[in-house]
Design a protein around this ligand. Structure first.
Ligand SMILES: C[S@@+](CC[C@H](N)C(=O)[O-])C[C@H]1O[C@@H](n2cnc3c(N)ncnc32)[C@H](O)[C@@H]1O
Length: 245
């Protein structure tokens, strides 16, 4: 089978490396959509019980402001004109993310993801956190493909015991963004793959993807999840084939 290339890199692969180094190998104006979930810059560590043993701290989650600055500039360079970008961020650093985002992109919404399940934090002194932000914007102008929806989106978070990554994002939510801002056959980019949720959603929706993740263990899990999707799709094709008279 011939591998499809994007610049020097293969499509539909996750590379284990620093995203800035990896992105330098991607051509200008070559990506159709960015859906990405960078480190929160707050030394995040989940205390909840998860499928694997308790997670370690997320790489580059403390003081990587320069990494985020370079990353958003590179996202702008690799995106084609008239495309969209979605960037998850916590309210704690929304001022920094918004400023950097707006250096490059036209900010269209700060989407509120209502997680339908509240976190912990200061149990006596603060309201129970229940949302996350997603900065949504354009390079040029991108038209939404689906019926217009509100900028507050209800979607259950992944149950703690099923998490494969401490900040894993639900496929259902990512799929809404991908369907709304890309077409089948397009290429979706995520430079902070974690265990590959953006890539799993893209593969299920017949989009190509290209991605980077610095932690080898997360790359391994992401590849396993992608393998499962490929098996599911192949099985579905087979069943559909046998249904035809
Ligand atoms: C917020 S998590 C993404 C989780 C992902 N959305 C998921 O559902 O699994 C950010 C990820 O970025 C990775 N990371 C941190 N610095 C990186 C870098 N310089 N290059 C590539 N990945 C990096 C971390 O290891 C972490 O897995």
């Amino acid at each position: 089978m011939t591998k499809e290339l994007l610049g020097e890199l293969e499509l539909n692969r996750i590379y284990q490396c620093d995203c800035i180094e990896g992105m330098r190998l991607l051509p200008d104006d070559s990506i159709d959509l960015v859906v990405t979930d960078p480190p929160y810059l707050m030394n995040y560590r989940s205390n909840r019980r998860v499928k694997n043993e308790k997670f370690k701290h997320i790489a580059n989650d403390v003081d990587s402001h320069d990494l985020i600055k370079k990353y958003l500039a590179e996202c702008y360079r690799i995106l084609k004109n008239d495309t969209a970008i979605y960037v998850f961020c916590s309210w704690h650093n929304v001022d920094f993310f918004k400023t950097e985002f707006e250096r490059h992109f036209k900010l269209k919404n700060i989407i509120v993801w209502n997680k339908n399940n509240h976190g912990s934090g200061d149990l006596k002194g603060a309201y129970a956190p229940k949302h996350e932000f997603v900065l949504f914007g354009h390079k040029g102008r991108s038209i939404l493909r689906e019926k217009r929806m509100p900028d507050v989106i209800d979607c259950d978070k992944v149950p703690s015991l099923k998490l494969t990554h401490p900040t894993e994002k639900p496929i259902e939510l990512l799929s809404k963004f991908i369907k709304n801002s890309s077409d089948e056959g397009d290429t979706v980019f995520d430079g902070f793959a974690g265990t590959g949720s953006t890539l799993v959603a893209s593969a299920k929706l017949n989009r190509n993807f290209i991605s980077f993740e610095i932690e080898p263990e997360y790359v391994r899990i992401a590849n396993q999840r992608l393998e499962n999707v490929r098996d599911e799709l192949a099985e579905r094709k087979l069943t559909e084939g046998t249904d035809v008279e």
